[in-house]
Design a protein around this ligand. Structure first.
Ligand code: BES
Ligand code: ZN
Length: 459
C-alpha cells in the first residue's frame, strides 16, 4: 500500500491537469445541442481509462453513452467484484453572467477548482480512477475486481441506465456499488451516506388568452395566467411549511431515536446554514430541524417559473400562458407514481375554470435507505477514517441519485455513498467548485477502501 500512497502523492500535479481536461467538456445532458460534447467526453474518458491500465469501452444507449471500464482480472477470479458508479454529465451552467470565470474553463484558486461538474460529479468520481491508477501503475495487487460504470444521463433521471443494467446483469453482478456523488459536512467530518431522497418532476402550464394581450384593453375582464398560477401554487403549502396535498405524506414513517440522534450530529448550526445559502431567514416544516428538513422530509419545490415579458423595461400585457417546473423530493416509503397522482389530482381540483391546465410528467425515482451496519459499510467507515483521519458520521442525503434503487432491484446490490462534496461546493449553482483536499483524500480513501473490501486476510 505504501507504493500506492507514494504514487498518489507524487502525481497530484499531473492528476490536476488531466482533471482540467475532463472539466473542459460541456457535457450538459439536459440540452440537446450539447449531445456531441457528451459523446466526446465519453470518448475522452475511455481513452483515459485505457491509459491508466483499465480495459474500457463506450456502450451506446438510446440516449447518451455509458462508459464501462474494468480492472484487469483473471477469467475465474475469486476476488470480490465491486462497481464504481459515477456520471460525466453535468447540469446546465446558466445563468452564465453569475460565473466569475466561464464554467468550462477550469480555474484553480488556492485549494479549490472552479468549473461546472467539478464536484458533481467529475471530480468525485475521478478520485476513484486515480486511486485505481495508483494500484495498476505501481503493480500493487488490487484486492478487488472493479468495474466503473460512468453514465451521461444522471442529471436527467438516468432513463436508459436501468435497461443497461438488465441487459448486462451478469457482467455487472457485484457485492456493492461504490458511489462518490454526495456530500460531507467538512474535511474534518467525513461521512457515509445511508439514504437519498427520491424525486418526481413535472411541468404545469396554465393557458389563458390565445395570445399576449394589451393589459389596458383587456386586463380586468380576463384571467391573468401568471396570477392564476401564483394563486394555485400558493395553495400547495401552509404557513407551517406543511404540504396541503391530500395523500402526499401517505406511508411515511416516523423517525427512530437513532435517526434523530444521527441527524443531530450533523455539524452545522442554523446560523451557519443561513450564512451559507444567503437567505434572509430559514424556513421549513415546523417540528423538524433544518438537517431533518433537508434530508428526511419530502418537499414540493418550484424550480422555474416563467410567464409574460422578461426583457428590459416594462411591457403592458396579459400573458397568454404561465409555466412552472416542479420537483418533489420524496422520502422512503413514498411511491413516486402515487405521489404524482395525488399532486396532479389536487392541482386539477383547485385550478380555476378561467385557465386551461396542461401537465407534462418528467422523471421519477424512489428514495433509498440502507442499514449502515453491514460489512461493506463498516469497511467504508474504516477507509474514510484512515484517509481523513477523523471519525466519519452517518448521514441521510437530501439529493437524489435515481439509479441506486435499480442497483438494488436489478443487481441486488446496496450502494456505499462516500460523498466528497463540501456544503459550499455550489453543485447546480454558478461557480461550482471542488476542494482539492477532498480530491486528494478521496483518492486515499478509495485506495484504502479496496484493501478494506478485499478478501479477509486472516481466514
Ligand atoms: N450528485 C447529485 C446528487 C446528490 C448531491 C445527492 C448531494 C446527495 C447530496 C446528483 O448529481 C443530482 O444532482 N441528482 C439529481 C437527480 C435528478 C436530476 C433526477 C438531483 O438530486 O436533483
Ligand atoms: Zn447533480
Amino acid at each position: 500500500m505504501q507504493g500506492v500512497i507514494d504514487y498518489l502523492k507524487q502525481n497530484q500535479t499531473r492528476f490536476l491537469a488531466e482533471f482540467c481536461e475532463y472539466l473542459r467538456f460541456p457535457s450538459v445532458s439536459a440540452q440537446p445541442q450539447h449531445k456531441k460534447y457528451l459523446s466526446a467526453c465519453a470518448d475522452w474518458l475511455v481513452a483515459h481509462c485505457r491509459q491508466i491500465g483499465l480495459t474500457a469501452e463506450v456502450r451506446q444507449t438510446n440516449g447518451h453513452p455509458i462508459v464501462v471500464a474494468k480492472t484487469p482480472r483473471t477469467k475465474n477470479s475469486h476476488l470480490p467484484h465491486y462497481m464504481v458508479y459515477g456520471h460525466y454529465d453535468v447540469q446546465p451552467p446558466e445563468p452564465l453572467d453569475l460565473w466569475k470565470t466561464p464554467p468550462f474553463e477550469p480555474r484553480i484558486v488556492g485549494r479549490e477548482i472552479f468549473a461546472r461538474g467539478s464536484t458533481d460529479n467529475k471530480g468525485q468520481n475521478f478520485a476513484h480512477l486515480k486511486a485505481v491508477e495508483a494500484y495498476l501503475k505501481t503493480g500493487t495487487p488490487l484486492p478487488c475486481d472493479l468495474t466503473f460504470v460512468i453514465e451521461g444521463e444522471e442529471e436527467v433521471g438516468s432513463e436508459n441506465l436501468a435497461t443497461f443494467l438488465k441487459t448486462n446483469k451478469r457482467e455487472l453482478d457485484c457485492e456493492a456499488v461504490v458511489i462518490s456523488d454526495t456530500g460531507m459536512p467538512s474535511p474534518k467530518h467525513p461521512a457515509l451516506g445511508y439514504a437519498l431522497r427520491g424525486i418526481i418532476a413535472f411541468e404545469i402550464t396554465l393557458h389563458g388568452p390565445a395570445r399576449d394581450l394589451h393589459s389596458g384593453l383587456f386586463g380586468g375582464a380576463i384571467e391573468n395566467p401568471a396570477m392564476a398560477l401564483a394563486t394555485l401554487l400558493a395553495q400547495v403549502r401552509d404557513k407551517n411549511g406543511r404540504i396541503k396535498i391530500p395523500g402526499f405524506y401517505d406511508g411515511i414513517e416516523k423517525f427512530t431515536k437513532f435517526e434523530r440522534a444521527q441527524s443531530a450530529l450533523y455539524p452545522m448550526t442554523d446560523a451557519q446554514l443561513k450564512k451559507l445559502v444567503g437567505s434572509p431567514a430559514l424556513f421549513g416544516e415546523r417540528g423538524f430541524t433544518a438537517t431533518e428538513q433537508r434530508s428526511a422530509r419530502p418537499t414540493f419545490e418550484i424550480n422555474g417559473l416563467t410567464s409574460g415579458y422578461q426583457g428590459e423595461g416594462s411591457k403592458t400585457i396579459v400573458p397568454a400562458w404561465a409555466r412552472a417546473k416542479i420537483t418533489c423530493r420524496l422520502v422512503p416509503h413514498q411511491k413516486p407514481e402515487h405521489v404524482r397522482k395525488k399532486v396532479l389530482a389536487y392541482l386539477k381540483k383547485i385550478c380555476p375554470p378561467t385557465v386551461r391546465m396542461e401537465i407534462t410528467a418528467g422523471h421519477g425515482a424512489e428514495a433509498y435507505l440502507v442499514s449502515p451496519t453491514g460489512a461493506p459499510a463498516q469497511a467504508a467507515l474504516r477507509a474514510l477514517e484512515k484517509a481523513f483521519k477523523s471519525k466519519p458520521i452517518l448521514m441521510r442525503e437530501g439529493g437524489s441519485i435515481p439509479i441506486v434503487n435499480q442497483f438494488k432491484k436489478i443487481l441486488g446490490a446496496d450502494s456505499l455513498l462516500l460523498g466528497l462534496g463540501l456544503p459550499d461546493d455550489n453543485p447546480h449553482s454558478p461557480n461550482e467548485k471542488f476542494n482539492l483536499d477532498c480530491f486528494e483524500k478521496g483518492q486515499l480513501m478509495s485506495a484504502h477502501l479496496w484493501q478494506e473490501l478485499g478478501p479477509c486476510q486472516c481466514c
